[in-house]
Design a protein around this ligand. Structure first.
Ligand SMILES: Nc1ncnc2c1ncn2[C@@H]1O[C@H](COP(=O)(O)OP(=O)(O)OP(=O)(O)O)[C@@H](O)[C@H]1O
Ligand SMILES: [Mg+2]
Length: 234
């Protein structure tokens, strides 16, 4: 399968059309950004690490009958995916309070949440991906009530599956961001699941093994992503 036209380019990935109108090639870049793109760097090997990690996790979710856009890995940095109409919403699920949650609300940083927290934000870089609730989503015509129900149900299932997957490998799934899209009328998980979009800590030491290393200049980002891959790979 070969790349034809560039369909879209984001901060971390590029999407290309192929000879099959239902399929696209998703290429993972080494570019890394944080804080709505205000902080940027190129981290050699990051694209390949995220492509590997996202391949393993999407494949694992498919084995639990979670519908995803992932079809197969094409090369170290590329996947074949189903083309979806993306729903411009980011769904965040939090198991432990940290990051923006502790800035906004009186949660103790690092505290295990009694109930996981769902959050929605509007995918809109100019507005800084603002938090919304489901009523904003309906009023903005982003999706239907049924879509939100399915997205919440799928996110809760994904959380249960991935939490125990990471737990068994000595890792804590602190929080994560998902994107959804529609392909031939089916709502499915799209984009990526990687240390760019999840917070992952070592269970014993609570060492951060995700993009927070870049956000807060902690160094050792490639090593951290490699560590995640080594633990989840077979
Ligand atoms: N299977 C797919 N079909 C259509 N679009 C997709 C698919 N998978 C990913 N995308 C989109 O490709 C774009 C590029 O990804 P990237 O993560 O680089 O974007 P980004 O710069 O983070 O911007 P965004 O805020 O849109 O995520 C994203 O908008 C993502 O939603
Ligand atoms: Mg993105």
């Amino acid at each position: 399968m070969e790349k034809k036209e560039l369909l879209c380019e984001g901060k971390a990935k590029r999407l290309f059309s192929t000879e099959d109108p239902d399929l696209a090639i998703l290429e993972f870049k080494d570019d890394t950004t944080a804080f709505d793109g205000s902080k940027k760097a190129e981290i050699a090997g990051k694209g390949e690490l995220n492509c590997s990690i996202s391949t393993i996790l999407m494949d694992y979710l498919e084995s639990y009958h979670v519908p995803t856009h992932f079809v197969k890995r094409l090369s170290p940095t590329e996947q074949i995916v189903k083309v979806v109409d993306t729903i411009p919403i980011e769904v965040v699920m939090r198991n432990i309070a940290t990051g923006s949650l502790v800035k906004r609300l009186p949660f103790e940083d690092g505290k295990q949440l009694t109930y996981p927290i769902f959050e929605l934000s509007l995918k809109n870089d100019e507005l800084g991906d603002p938090l919304i609730n489901e009523y904003h989503a309906y009023a903005l015509d982003l999706c239907t009530q049924e879509d939100i129900r399915i997205m919440f149900r799928m996110t809760a299932k994904i959380n249960a599956i991935l939490r125990s997957f990471f737990e068994r490998r000595g890792l804590i799934l602190v929080d994560f961001k998902l994107e959804f899209g529609r392909h031939k009328n089916e709502l499915m998980l799209t984009d990526e699941i990687s240390p760019d979009s999840c917070r992952i800590w070592d269970k014993k030491t609570r060492k951060k093994l995700d993009k927070d290393r870049f956000r807060f200049d902690m160094g050792g980002m490639e090593q951290a992503y490699q560590e995640v891959l080594d633990r989840i790979g077979n």
